[in-house]
Ligand binder design. Sequence first.
Ligand SMILES: *[C@@H]1O[C@H](CO)[C@@H](O)[C@H](O)[C@H]1NC(C)=O
Ligand SMILES: *[C@@H]1O[C@H](CO)[C@@H](O)[C@H](O)[C@H]1NC(C)=O
Ligand SMILES: *[C@@H]1O[C@H](CO)[C@@H](O)[C@H](O)[C@H]1NC(C)=O
Ligand SMILES: *[C@@H]1O[C@H](CO)[C@@H](O)[C@H](O)[C@H]1NC(C)=O
Ligand SMILES: *[C@@H]1O[C@H](CO)[C@@H](O)[C@H](O)[C@H]1NC(C)=O
Length: 418
Amino acid sequence: MNCVWLPFAIWKQRSWLVTIILLLLLLLLRHLTRNEILKINSGEKLFSRQQKITLTRSLAKQWAARKSGLEKQGRPSVVFLKTHKTGSSTVQNILFRAGERRNLTVAFPRYSYQFAYPERFSGDFVEDLPPGAAHFNLLCSHMRLDAGEVQAVMAPQTIFLTILRDPVQTFESVFHYYRNIVPAFQLLYNHSSPLLAFLEASSQYYDAQDVSNGLARNPMTFDLGLNASREAAPSSQWASELERLNQTFQLVMLAEHFDESLLLARELLGLDMEELVYVRLNVRHKESSPLAKEMGQKIQAWNWFDVQLYRFFQSVFWRKVEHYGYVRMKRELDAFRALRQKTVARCLAGGPVGPEIMADDLRPWQPGSVTILGYNLRQNLTSAQYRDCFRMVLPELQYHAYLYYRQYGRNMRPLPTT
Ligand SMILES: *[C@@H]1O[C@H](CO)[C@@H](O)[C@H](O)[C@H]1NC(C)=O
Ligand SMILES: *[C@@H]1O[C@H](CO)[C@@H](O)[C@H](O)[C@H]1NC(C)=O
Ligand SMILES: *[C@@H]1O[C@H](CO)[C@@H](O)[C@H](O)[C@H]1NC(C)=O
Ligand SMILES: *[C@@H]1O[C@H](CO)[C@@H](O)[C@H](O)[C@H]1NC(C)=O
Ligand SMILES: *[C@@H]1O[C@H](CO)[C@@H](O)[C@H](O)[C@H]1NC(C)=O
């Protein structure tokens, strides 16, 4: 009986009906607005510039509120796979600074500055936890990746990051930097155009069985722990290896889009924009002219896996930027670059300089094959400015040794003599 009378009863309570209709309209409106914001975010031209700015601002606020919440839950836990000759020293410096500021427990190699490279990573290569710590929160020294072994020494839910660079530039840089270290390159030490000679007769110099030659072919793929010494050949296994890497790494940065990469990392790790300010570290003095096109093609052919790897993560990267929002990215890039320029100008006494005219504690390690540049600080910095500027230009080995001492209250172990 009641059912029959229900519509009539509602009709009698018109004020209720009006309320319900208004509520439904409100929900619809909210839904539409959100869709519009998402469209703006993907770069569609729907609104005027001013509207766009207002909308993206509100979106940025939503995002900031959602921002992984790492800081709130406790300490972030971060692994940065430091690939060779890709701009990774600069990223490491940013992470060292962020880690120092937050008292993160850093996973250091038991000996020296690298995790027994080029061996595949093992938990045994890591220095003991300092008293009172349950996990490590930051790991960013050179290694050859074994993601499972790495995760086992880190706090749960660790964020994995790495950086890739155009394979031609990477290989050229690796070749010249490691000319007297990697066996395949050592053989060409006295050659007048060694890179060309190597590429034209690589089989003469390159022994795939020698793990010390890991960097001599597909260096980035090698650092990521894959087997890339074989002849170039597409395989289904390779595709699944890329998928696996994509699942391991929340972010793969690109050296060619360094600032964009940092902004993506900033959101992931919950860093302040000031903490991203950097100077390029471990850069070499370049005498040579840009590579000839044919040389580039030879390098690509030799490093087939690196080329595929880079292409794959290029597309992953741009999808991340799209998701982040082009308008937002552009706005933050402008703000960041202005901030960086201001900070760097305040800190530095000039551009990069050679090791002979540099303060001892700021001089980067010299591999002997190329000259690595560094920076001098302004003389008139306040002590607070000096503290921050000093860390920004501090080369890897010095910063590593300093953080090790800070964490353990003793100097790094000497290498065992065997
Ligand atoms: C880091 O440790 C120092 C010394 O123990 C302490 O003064 C500082 O407040 C700590 N900072 C953070 C962010 O925990
Ligand atoms: C390069 O030249 C030096 C001096 O001429 C020589 O001692 C060295 O053995 C040469 N190295 C190679 C790999 O040929
Ligand atoms: C690479 O090869 C080694 C031995 O040749 C093997 O143990 C390892 O599982 C391989 N790794 C991958 C990722 O294929
Ligand atoms: C890579 O992983 C992300 C999730 O982190 C996913 O959205 C994307 O579709 C993956 N890309 C490829 C090409 O597998
Ligand atoms: C330091 O010196 C530079 C010029 O050498 C000047 O532009 C700058 O304002 C000075 N900074 C301070 C804090 O005095």
